[in-house]
Structures are given as C-alpha cells and as structure tokens.
Design a binder for this molecule. Structure first.
Ligand code: ADE
Length: 225
C-alpha cells in the first residue's frame, strides 16, 4: 500500500513516520509513505496557498490550484483514492479504517485555515474524513491518525493478526482489562479467574468485563444489544 500526503507542514510527519510499527512497516515494504510539500505546486510567485473568502467572513481559504496540480502529478496514471482531512468529513471509525486498508494507493490532503476551496472537494476528493467532533488547527495530525490506524491493519504489519481481532471496536465493544506480572502489585491483586487456567471461565469473564467497560464509557455502542 502507498500513502501520499499533501501538506504545507511536511516536517511534522518525520518523527511519526520514523518510530515504532509505522517505521517497521515501511522497512518491511508493507507500506510506502511519501510526504509532499503543497507549496512546491503553487504557481503563485510568493508561494501563497490561501486567499480571502468570497462573500466575506473571517479566516482564509486554501486555493484550488496547488491541490489540483499536486494530486494530478502525484497520481500520475495510478488509480488512487483521494481523502481530504476535514472536521466536516465522515467520521473515522474502525470500519472505515478497514475499508481504507483495502486500497492500494491513498492520497491524503491536509486542510488548513477556514477550509479548502469547495472545488477541490467537488473535483479532486473522493472522501472527506474527520477524526472526531472537535476542531484541530490543521489536517496533519488527522492524516497521521489515518496512516497509523490503516497501516496496522495491513496483513503482516502487526505480528499476530489474531491480536487485532480481540481489540476495541472490532465487535462494537471496548476491550476487557489486561493484567501482567506481578500477580500482586502493592496489594492490588489480579482477578483469580485469570490465574485459574480455566480457559472457558477466563473467556466468560472477559466478555462480561468488556460489556461492563462499554456500558460505563460508551453506552452508545450497545444500544442495540
Ligand atoms: N482538521 C481540523 N480538525 C479536523 C478533524 N477533527 N478531523 C480531520 N481533519 C481536521
């Protein structure tokens, strides 16, 4: 899978792409991630990528030309899905991440200021995605969120694929609590059932706990259960 990120802050991505699982996924050639500076594509002599909104109002709007030209050049003859990071987008969920992980080429546009000229969304973008109901200063951190959650779903990236199946959201449930050594940490003990060796009882306990955690923190997930 290949990601092409189009941003006015390419350096923001360097630390994130060079650590941990995302770094190893690139080394193992499971993903290729290229970060492109939007300003390189502007035809404006001052390298401006934004302008005042028609109709008035506060803030600036990102102009269409650099995005149109950057996507055209980067896409070339390949088929690619173009995603715009924006608080007005469709909410990112584990389900959407799984859909995106099926793509061969993803081009991710990072918006800024008051937004991006609507013609970009109309003519260039296939999907507008938000990472949650809050407003960030730009689409860079959301793009990193997409890279991270999509990369770990690519087969062969996370060691044991079975470990993906049990985790939060895979069945509209949050995860059960985890414990490791020591069995007694400063007086707080690990639940006996986990030390019992009784796999059926352990599985039952985990199911109950997942339900308890989901009811407590995300009751909206279980309205149909
Ligand atoms: N840009 C600013 N806020 C955002 C959000 N919540 N999701 C995606 N892109 C954004």
């Amino acid at each position: 899978m290949r990601f092409d990120i189009i941003t006015i802050f390419p350096e923001m991505f360097t630390p994130v792409l060079n650590e941990s699982i995302v770094k190893r996924a690139q080394e193992k050639k499971k993903v290729a991630i290229r970060v492109h500076d939007l300003r390189k594509y502007t035809k404006d002599k001052h390298k401006k990528v934004d302008d005042r909104p028609f109709g008035g109002g506060p803030g600036m709007v990102m102009t269409p030309q650099p995005f149109f030209d950057a996507v055209k050049k980067i896409k070339g003859r390949r088929k690619a899905k173009v995603v715009l990071m924006s608080p007005s987008g469709k909410r990112l969920t584990q389900k959407l991440a799984r859909e995106l992980a099926k793509q061969k080429n993803l081009i991710v546009l990072c918006g800024h200021y008051e937004g991006v000229d609507e013609r970009v969304r109309e003519k260039v973008v296939d999907e507008e995605v938000s990472i949650g109901d809050y407003v960030l200063t730009g689409g860079e951190i959301p793009a990193m969120v997409i890279i991270d959650c999509v990369t770990r779903l690519i087969p062969g990236v996370v060691g044991k694929e079975a470990s993906l199946e049990d985790e939060s959201f895979e069945r509209d449930m949050l995860e059960y609590p985890h414990y490791t050594r020591p069995a007694n940490f400063r007086g707080t003990k690990v639940p006996d059932v986990l030390l019992s060796g009784n796999h059926k009882a352990i599985s039952e306990w985990r199911k109950q706990q997942a339900l308890r955690v989901t009811r407590r923190n995300r009751p909206d997930l279980i309205k149909n259960k």
